[in-house]
Ligand binder design. Structure first.
Ligand code: HEM
Ligand code: HEM
Length: 185
């Protein structure tokens, strides 16, 4: 269990494991979209889907354990920004893979995890070599949701990482060290 002096290994592992995986998926997604390198796309989608259950465990663990207690007194504005950013990060990392999956299923592409079929593609009746959207409206919600959440997530991660670095280098408190698994007093 997390305490004010030390965070549990589960908290530390889930924070950095899921955090780094999300950052890497973000960079891969952006690279694919910018360079049209569609060869990487199945890997992006497969890893994103495999990460979803780990993300759900990570969020369940946080809800069950409550938020870590603050190491020192922060003013009301700092507290509000930190807490809302943490909430947003948790919601956004669930929304990203869900929007991605909705996009693919509604677009008729089906879902595959490293070549294993999870949802069957919707092949066109007129030309069975092609797939066809099941719902264009839901495909749009999925694709726009994935893109808009991606940029909001990037802003939240930047704000969050800068706040973590500020607490360490400017305020010189032990918030970052505690998230790295150190015991603090
Ligand atoms: C935490 C998980 C994920 C993150 C952080 C993530 C992030 C991203 C980002 C940043 C982009 C580029 C957005 C843009 O500039 O338009 C992208 C593109 C994309 N993602 Fe994801 N993604 C995740 C999971 C998934 C999943 C599970 C799927 C589908 C099953 C998926 C399907 C796609 C597709 C189809 C694209 C478009 C690539 C293109 O433009 O050709 N993503 N993703
Ligand atoms: C890469 C740079 C990152 C740094 C330096 C960093 C640093 C920290 C620190 C120091 C804390 C503890 C705050 C406290 O004790 O009040 C924390 C908590 C948190 N971080 Fe990060 N973080 C990073 C990336 C991420 C990413 C990518 C995510 C989301 C995917 C994330 C989500 C969270 C959440 C939700 C919390 C609240 C406590 C928890 O649920 O574990 N962090 N972070």
């Amino acid at each position: 269990m997390d305490s004010k002096e030390k965070l549990s290994s589960m908290t530390v592992l889930l924070h950095w494991g899921v955090g780094l995986a999300v950052i890497m998926l973000w960079m891969a997604g952006w690279y694919i979209a910018e360079t049209d390198s569609s060869g990487l796309l199945p890997i992006h989608k497969s890893i994103g889907m495999l990460l979803l259950p780990i993300i759900l465990i990570r969020v369940w663990w946080r809800m069950k354990s409550g938020w870590p207690q603050s190491i020192r007194d922060h003013n009301a504005i700092e507290k509000l920004i930190a807490r809302s950013t943490h909430w947003f990060l948790l919601i956004a990392i669930i929304a990203m893979p869900l929007f991605g999956m909705l996009w693919q299923v509604a677009g008729g592409h089906g879902l595959f995890i490293f070549g294993i079929e999870v949802v069957h593609p919707n092949f066109s009746v007129a030309d069975p070599s092609k797939t066809e959207a099941i719902s264009k409206a839901w495909r749009k919600i999925g694709s726009e949701g994935h893109e808009i959440t991606a940029y909001l997530l990037l802003a939240a991660i930047a704000l969050h990482a800068l706040a973590g670095l500020k607490s360490h280098f400017i305020d010189k408190d032990k918030t970052l060290l505690r998230m790295l698994g150190k015991k603090v007093d």
